[in-house]
Structures are given as C-alpha cells and as structure tokens.
Design a protein around this ligand. Structure first.
Ligand code: ANZ
Ligand code: ZN
Length: 750
C-alpha cells in the first residue's frame, strides 16, 4: 500500500475544527494553576493581515501550547482594538458606517488568524467598539471623574489643520529641522499649537508609583528605561528669589527656580524662565545667598513644565548658562561652593521631586471613539459655579455613539457629534433641567488600557470583570507586544490598573508580570510592507501554497524573535521540506528499534527546545528539531517512543502535523493533552566545572557542577549552599546574571 504524502490542505482544516468542537483551548475560571499569555490585540484594518502580524501570535501560541502540556489552565485570548482614525477616515470618504466596516474587517482578521492554527480562546473575544465593552470603558472613566482625576482644563494641544484633530504628543513626529514644527503622524502636515478645553486624566498623581513599581515586574531593561525617561522623575531643590519691585511688576513675590546643584548658588548671575524668545524681562530678583540683584531673562533653553520652569543661571558651572551669558553679556562669576546646610539656612531651599510626565489629554474631537459619558448642565453650574458637569448615571450606560451621516469635524474643530442635535439634548441627571452631552470622545488608548482585565470575564453585565475571576487570572503572566508600545500603552494601562487597585477593583498592583517584544518582518526588498509599495505578503497565499504549519515554522525560524527580519520565500520552502521529512519518518516507526545515538540527540533536543522556548529563541528550537529529523531519516527505523516524544515537542510549532501523526499512531485523544516531555538528566561524563557565586557582584562562594546544567539548576544549587543562603536570607533577588561555566551573580536591593 502506498503511503500518503504530506498534504496540509487535507489535515489543517480538519484539526482546527476538531480543536474547536472539543473546546480544547477554552480557559476555565478556576481550578488548576493558571497561566495568562497575552498578545496585543490588533487594530482590524481594511488591508487584512500581512505576514508580520502573526509573528507574535505564533510566538505566544507556542508558549501557550507548551504551558497547557505542562499542566496549566491557560488563558490565551484575542480581540479587536477597533476605534480609531483609519476607519473613521474611510467613513468620511465613503459614508459607510464605521461599525459596519469594523465588523467586516474584524471578521476577516479572525478568519486569517484562525487559518494559522492559533490556540486562542475565541469564546472570550472582545471588541472595544462593542457597546457592551465600551460601557465599561465609560464606567471606569466615571470612576476617575468621581475621584477628581478626570477634569477639564485649557490645554495646549497639537492641532493638525488637515486631519482637524488634536494629536497626543506621541502622535507628532519630530521634523528633521529641530526648529520646524512637528508633523502629523498620519498625514504629514505641519502641526500647529492650539488652546482648547480638554478632558484630562491625572496620571501625574501616579508618576512616582509608575516609576518605583517597575522594580516589581520583569520587563526588559530598555523598556523600564524608556518608561522612566518618559516619567522623568528628578529630585532637586526649589529656591525662591525675591523679585525687586519694578514697573513691569509691582509684586515682589519670589520667583521659584529649580536646581539640582544648589551648592553653586554663589555663582548665579541671572535667572532665566521658560520663553519662546531670549529676552530681558525688565525685572530683577535678589540672590538669597549673596543678596545681589540679578536680572530675570526669558530663555528658549529653559523648558516649560520641567521643574518650576525657571532656573538660576550659573555660567561658571553650567555650559548652557555659559553660552547664554556670553551671548547676552551677562556676568560670569567664579565662586566658592556652599554647603547644602548653608543653602538651607540662607535661602530656605525646599527639596522637591519633579516629573516630566504631564497629565494625559483624554479627549478627541472626533466620531469613532467612546463618547465621554458626561452631561453639562447650565442650571447646576448656575447654582454652584464649577459644578456643571454631571456623570451619566450608571443605569444609563453605555452612552451609545449615535448614527450620523456626516463624519467630518465641525469647522472650528469640534467633534462631528456636535452636529447630532437630538443626541446632545438630554435632561440633567441631577436637576432634570435640559442640558447637553459632552461631544468629545476618548482617545485610541482608552479601550486598550484595561482590555486584559475584560478577558477574565468578557460577558459580565454587572461589572467590568468579577473580582474573584480577576483574582484568579491576574496578573498577565507574559505579555508580548510591539516595541512601539513599550512606553505609552504600557504606561497608560499601568496607570489605569493602579487607579483601579486603589478603588479595590483589581487585586494586584501591576497588570503585567513579564513583557517581551517581537521584531518586525520586512518585505523581501527590506522595506516596510505597505499597500502603496506593493510589497505586502499575505498569509492567506502562503498558507494556500505551503500550509499553515510550514508558515508557522518559518515565522519562528526567520531570525531572533526580538529582531527585524526580511521575508524570504526560500526559507518557507525549507520549512515545508522539513515537515515532509518528518512525515516520511513517520512511516518507519517500530515499536522497539535500537537507536541509541538517536536517544541522546533526542534528549538534547528536548532540553534545548524546552529551554529555548522560554527564552523565545524559537529559531534555534527549529534548527535543533531539524537536526533530529535528519538523524531520524538516516536511521533504518525509529522507535515509537522516540518519535512520539519528538511529536510532542514539535506540536506547539506545527500543531496540525503533530496532531495528524499522533492520531495515525493510534492515539484517540489530542496531542495537546499530553504532558510536555522532560529531558533526562545527562550523566556527568563531561566532568565538572567551577562556578563562582557572587552576591551583588562580590565573590562569596564557589561550587562544582556539571557543565550541562541550566541557569535555573545552577541557581537552585547555589542558593541552597550555606554561604549564599545566609546572604540571601529575606532578600528578594532582583536579577540573576549567569555566565555558563563561569559565574552566577545574584543581585538584590540593599
Ligand atoms: C544650577 C546648576 C548649576 C545646574 C550647574 C546645573 C549645573 P540635570 O542636571 O540634567 O538633572 N534646569 C532646571 N529646570 C530647567 C528647565 N525647566 N529647563 C531647562 N533646564 C532646567 O538638570 C537639572 C538642571 O537643569 C538644574 O540644575 C538646572 O540647572 C537646569 F553647574 O541649576 B541647574
Ligand atoms: Zn443640572
């Protein structure tokens, strides 16, 4: 009888249906130890997926599948972050309702993602534009409002005259010429500055905790650094310089300067405050250390919003002050340093902590976003000034987006909702007088700031998620997403989480225990894939030609997961051939075969694949499995046990093929229910090596171990030793540095 060849078309759909009908990937809310794996949910664009999108989905799919085999109850969910401009701009162009476009696009995304054999729990799918979802986005906003953390203020906003939209700072691209205005991220127009009343969220109140609590999580150092830089925590001193009464100002209150070098105050010969041009203000102030009268200038290099927005110029000690002093002929005075105690005594300096982080401009004058659930009541404001804004009562949530025909913002830049007269008019929930709805909507970042909580309980109608379920699922154990989101999205969602934690609505202080990022996949020409360049590679075509398993393997094999890689179809041909080889090997299985050399290779493969998956070194996993497949092919026969073990470790990478061959071996249940294979302890044939044990970088002990031990194994042995355990008692290890065969260093805070 002729053996059937490998035909992914015949097997992939079949197993996808099987997994779905058996509900194999549906997470249960409780019971076994849990594992929560999360990828950033995509914006469902009209173009569909290109082959770059699935890279993270496949990567964490491998983690999720391995965890299930390790006995965890795994939550691996997916959804759509679907509010935003592309759909809205499409509506402006075509008049088609954004809700309809969103449905169509997300249907297509879902179809494509399923094609790849990903093990998402689709029963928990969410969509930020679904009123049943954004009801809770609005509800959380109201909690901010009730706590005084959502407030309206005049804010300078970046205004794109062409998109007619206020942009967040991060949506403005810096121009090459640093003096030219920034450009709109979407359309490239020069951005203007405008003042507009905006809803703000008080993220600065959380600045300190957002900085400090980075110590609690396992994020790459560069991610922590970029968050810390964005927060910009700085400790320094504020010193008041009394103004000299003058024509320009009768007041002689003090001007507060911010400095990190108070001991240089004897050399301060001028004051400069933030300004657009460099000029003398006509005013003077008194240096409290010398009692000298010094001029107050405005200078461009002093930044508004940093420190107090004013400095003491010490040209003899600071380069920028020196350049300024030379340019404007201000005195440069050599001086003696003064002790910090004397600064306090003479000047009343106050120690202060300042932050670069500003409150978050939370409104957009657009259509396709969550309506801000507030009502402005003139009569309430009349009764008590400043009390005009009323929360929409909880029973009236969600405030649904009304259907409109005209999606363009108004001429003066108000939201298109400002034209929805009927929708706007509403009774004040407090005094029942006629009032009007807020017409601004929330920014894109709103729905993604809490979506990881909703997955724990996506259908809840009584709360955004049941606390008990959150207690079980939180925190996310592993969160993978794009590098471009490691600053703002992470910061914003950490802020929402901390706020909810303070309201006792979520159990832990941090949402994500571990964060990793993947690199982009570029087109074969090395360029970013884009429709306009015509270089987009569509996963549908690749699955059609090579099968989903070959595509999955290639996306993992293409290069180190964190790094950018260019698409090359030859690689896909290669992974397809590899799978054909595995298929051929399956026809020479013997219940018992004598392949001792295969056994040690298999053992090595089990160990390496297991470890490398954890380190996201998926590419080396694939090459290790290729080596083993080659060896199996060159044997006359392969033992059942060897092949079964191999199928288990390849199953997270090529799940359809593994399932099919597993089934052909006579198994009646899914391979996804098997236990993840353990590597056998390797005999110490290689002799032992000496490893130095350091505690906070200081040598404290040493230990002899087998060179085959992993970092975890060495770490365990080292910590059990008397010396180390004494040093480590009661300490939380912050970081472990391991150099194989040489040293292990445990780092903790003193
Ligand atoms: C006097 C002085 C003497 C300063 C000296 C520095 C060096 P670093 O040092 O990077 O942490 N500064 C304060 N507010 C500022 C603002 N709004 N815009 C621009 N510069 C500002 O930065 C702190 C220093 O930056 C502060 O300490 C202040 O100058 C300046 F030899 O005060 B210093
Ligand atoms: Zn009222």
């Amino acid at each position: 009888m002729k053996e059937q060849g490998y035909d992914p078309k015949k097997i992939e759909k079949k197993w996808q249906k099987y997994w779905e009908s058996k509900k194999l990937f549906q997470a249960k809310d409780g019971g076994k130890k849990k594992y929560y794996a999360l990828v950033e949910f995509p914006y469902p664009s009209g173009d569909g997926l290109h082959v770059g999108h699935p890279r993270p989905y496949i990567g964490l799919d491998i983690i999720a599948r391995k965890r299930r085999m390790e006995g965890y109850n795994v939550l691996y969910p997916m959804g759509w972050d679907a509010f935003g401009l592309p759909t809205e701009n499409y509506a402006i162009k075509t008049g088609i309702q954004p809700a309809i476009v969103t449905k169509k696009n997300s249907d297509n995304f879902r179809r494509q993602i399923k094609l790849l054999g990903t093990s998402f729990d689709w029963s928990r799918e969410i969509n930020t534009t679904d009123p049943a979802y954004y009801k809770w986005t609005q509800w959380i906003f109201l909690q901010f409002f009730k706590q005084g953390l959502a407030y309206k203020a005049k804010a300078k906003i970046n205004w794109c005259p062409s998109c007619k939209i206020g942009l967040a700072n991060e949506e403005v691209l810096a121009s090459e010429n640093k003096d030219a205005p920034g450009k709109c991220e979407r359309c490239g127009s020069a951005v203007e500055e405008r003042e507009k009343e905006q809803w703000m969220l008080g993220i600065t109140k959380y600045a300190d905790r957002l900085d400090k609590d980075l110590d609690l999580v396992d994020y790459p150092e560069r991610v922590k650094t970029s968050q810390r830089n964005w927060i910009g925590r700085k400790e320094g001193w504020e010193i008041g310089f009394r103004r000299v009464a003058s024509k320009a100002s009768e007041a002689n209150e003090a001007i507060q300067i911010f400095t990190t070098r108070p001991e240089t105050i004897y050399g301060a010969t001028f004051i400069a405050k933030a300004g657009k041009q460099d000029k003398f203000t006509g005013e003077y102030a008194i240096n409290p250390a010398t009692n000298e009268k010094i001029p107050i200038w405005e200078a461009e290099y002093v930044m508004e919003g940093v420190g107090s927005g004013a400095i003491m110029g010490v040209p003899a000690a600071d380069d920028r002050d020196k350049v300024f002093a030379e340019k404007y002929n201000l005195p440069i005075k050599n001086f003696d340093l003064i002790s910090i105690e004397d600064v306090f005594a003479k000047t009343g300096a106050k120690k202060v902590t300042t932050y670069k982080l500003r409150d978050w401009v939370f409104s957009r004058q657009r259509y396709w976003g969550e309506p801000i659930p507030l009502i402005y009541c003139e009569s309430c404001n009349h009764a008590k000034a400043g009390q005009g804004w009323q929360a929409v009562p909880e029973k009236d949530l969600p405030v649904k987006l009304p259907k409109v025909k005209d999606f363009k913002p108004t001429e003066n830049g108000d939201s298109p909702l400002a034209k929805a007269d009927k929708w706007i008019k509403v009774k004040c929930p407090k005094c029942k007088a006629w009032a009007r709805r807020e017409t601004d909507v929330m920014p894109n970042w709103a729905g993604s700031s809490w979506y990881y909580l909703r997955y724990a309980d996506p259908k809840n109608k009584k709360s955004f998620a049941d606390f008990k379920k959150l207690k079980y699922w939180q925190p996310v154990d592993w969160y993978n997403g794009g590098m471009e989101h490691t600053t703002l999205h992470l910061l914003y969602s950490r802020f929402w989480h901390k706020f909810l934690y303070d309201q006792k609505l979520v159990p832990g202080r941090e949402p994500y225990q571990k964060r990793t990022s993947h690199g982009f996949i570029l087109a074969p020409d090395g360029q970013k894939m884009s429709k306009s360049r015509g270089n987009v590679i569509n996963p549908d075509t690749m699955v059609e030609r090579f099968g989903a398993d070959a595509l999955r393997l290639y996306e993992m094999f293409i290069g180190p997961f964190e790094q950018t890689a260019s698409w090359n179809e030859d690689g896909l041909v290669g992974t397809r051939r590899f799978l054909e080889k595995v298929w051929r090997v399956s026809s020479k299985i013997k219940a018992k075969a004598n392949n001792e050399n295969l056994d040690s290779l298999l053992n090595q493969c089990v160990k390496k694949v297991g470890e490398d998956i954890e380190a996201m070194k998926f590419n080396t996993c694939v090459s290790q499995m290729m080596i083993l497949a080659n060896a199996m092919e060159s044997e006359e026969s392969v033992s059942l046990k060897t092949f079964e073990t191999f199928l288990k470790i390849i199953s997270p990478f090529a799940p359809h093929l593994a399932e099919e061959l597993w089934n052909k071996l006579g198994h009646k249940t899914s391979i996804t229910l098997e236990a993840w294979p353990k590597a056998q302890a390797v005999k110490e044939a290689l002799g032992e090596v000496k490893i130095i044990i350091q505690i906070n970088g200081k040598v404290r002990d040493e230990i002899l171990v087998s060179p085959t031990l992993t970092q975890n194994e060495v770490s365990d042995l080292a910590q059990k030793r008397e010396v180390a355990s004494k040093w480590l008692a009661g300490k939380a290890i912050k970081k472990t540095i391991f150099i194989p065969n040489r040293l292990i260093n445990f780092v903790f805070d003193n």
